[in-house]
Each structure stands twice: as C-alpha cells, then as structure tokens.
Write a protein that binds this ligand. Structure first.
Ligand SMILES: [Zn+2]
Length: 107
C-alpha cells in the first residue's frame, strides 16, 4: 500500500490513490488485478519472490488501470512512465515461459 502511494506520486503525478492493495493466492494466470469502481488492487502472492522493480511494475500496471481500463495506447503511455516497464514485462514473460517449461518437464 505504501509502495503503491509512492509509485503513484513518483510516476503518475499522484493521480491515482488505490483504496486498498492486498496479496491474494487465487490468481494463477494473472500477476495482478484491480477493480476500478472501488479502487482496489490485488497482487498474486507469487510476486513476493520477485525483484522489487518487477513488483513495482505490476503495481504501476494496475494503478494505470484505475485511470484507463483497457490496454490501449493511452494505457501504455501511462505505464511507460515507469522507467523499467519494458524490462519488467520481458522479465515476467521469461518467467512465465520458464514456469511452463518446468511444468512440462515435471509432468
Ligand atoms: Zn492490464
């Protein structure tokens, strides 16, 4: 929550203030989600093992959704204010690909 406020202040001109940010266990396919109507953000607990700048990216992504619901050019221009957005996206893509491979090898 404190981190979300700092990120909003640093990268989004303080335009968004989530009403709550919490960790959840039940997100298998997504890293984060939000409900723009009430300003709540949920982050997958799987993120807790990841570097802070990756968690920050997911937070910025969800904060941006509170301003812009769709994945449209306006949305990505908001996300791009976070300097490591592209790097974090690539990191998460690579992680997902690796997790899939491990799953296949194991079963
Ligand atoms: Zn999104």
């Amino acid at each position: 929550m404190r981190r979300a406020h700092a990120l909003s202040r640093d990268w989004l001109d303080g335009l968004v203030e989530p009403s709550s940010v919490r960790w959840v266990d039940n997100q298998r396919s997504r890293w984060g989600s939000c409900t723009p109507a009430d300003g709540t953000i949920r982050l997958s607990r799987r993120l807790q093992d990841m570097p802070g700048w990756v968690i920050d990216y997911v937070l910025v992504h969800e904060l941006a959704h509170l301003l812009e619901a769709g994945h449209n050019p306006r949305f990505w221009s908001i996300v791009a204010r976070y300097p490591r957005a592209e790097q974090a996206k690539a990191w998460l893509d690579g992680y997902s690909a690796g997790a899939r491979l491990e799953g296949e090898a194991g079963g």
